[in-house]
Design a protein around this ligand. Structure first.
Ligand SMILES: N[C@@H](CCC(=O)N[C@@H](CS)C(=O)NCC(=O)O)C(=O)O
Length: 243
């Protein structure tokens, strides 16, 4: 049995982390049985989620998880794609993971209104007397990561411009297709869905959401992927705002 170490559903999303969502969708696409463990963050070999444990083997990082599943279970998530299509899929995936991701982090962690509605809730289990200190410390760490990666050195307007380019490129490429690479979901959809759903999450009031909301195709894409992979959670993002 595979264990997926995750944060657990939040903000009406299957997981607040797009990387965890990606790994989970890959497991679902593969038709593999798994259980989710939301208590594994402190044991993470790379200090991040997701990681999986399978037959005593631990695999950290959503991309290595994908490659592990492909090898161990003889799956090709890009089955039917040409070498050129695989190259495009890889480039899109990394644009979302290594570029758009940091704009999402900036919006959720550095903008007070979003932080208060979102990540601040992650610290509820921390004893009240030390909670403000822990929150301040973790936020400073996130700020340092953003600065080190580079995104955090830009103004909010510049970050929005970069993120909008990634969102518009995703919408342009999806166009009228049901899935990113055609008629059926492939590996890229695990990532694209996770990021587009995260950006459209109504809990966060961000210029990224405004940019994605301009594309009805992206909204329908998320609905399609939710209905296919998370039928039990359909509508939960909207409900979590209404609460
Ligand atoms: N490259 C990694 C990225 C994973 C990642 O950044 N996870 C974030 C959540 S979205 C995390 O666990 N952050 C905790 C931390 O940095 O302390 C992957 O593909 O799995």
């Amino acid at each position: 049995m595979i264990t997926l170490c995750s944060f657990g559903p939040a903000f009406g999303l299957p997981d607040p982390s797009p990387f965890v969502m990606k790994a989970e969708v890959l497991l679902k696409m593969a038709g593999l049985t798994y259980t989710a463990d939301t208590g594994g963050f402190n044991k993470s070999p790379k200090g991040k989620l997701p990681y999986v444990i399978d037959d005593g083997e631990t695999v950290a990082d959503s991309t290595f998880i994908r490659w592990y599943l492909e090898k161990k279970y003889h799956i090709d998530f890009d089955r039917g794609l040409t070498a050129e299509q695989r190259a495009i899929a890889w480039a899109f995936e990394k644009m979302l993971e290594d570029n758009l991701y940091w704009a999402v982090v900036y919006e959720r962690w550095m903008i007070d209104g979003n932080f208060n509605k979102g990540p601040r809730n992650f610290f509820r289990a921390v004893p009240a007397p030390i909670r403000p200190f822990v929150i301040g410390m973790v936020r400073r760490q996130v700020r340092r990561s953003l600065h080190g990666q580079g995104m955090g050195r830009h103004s909010r307007e510049e970050i929005t411009a970069l993120a909008t380019k990634a969102i518009d490129a995703t919408a342009a490429f999806l166009a009228a297709k049901p899935y990113m690479m055609g008629q059926e979901p492939t590996g890229l959809d695990a990532t694209a869905f996770a990021f587009v759903a995260g950006v459209l999450c109504p809990v966060f009031d961000t210029p990224l959401r405004a940019a994605a909301s301009r594309h009805d195709t992206l909204k329908r894409y998320v609905d399609r992927m939710m209905a296919r992979f998370y039928p039990d959670l359909v509508g939960s993002a909207k409900k979590s705002v209404a609460k």
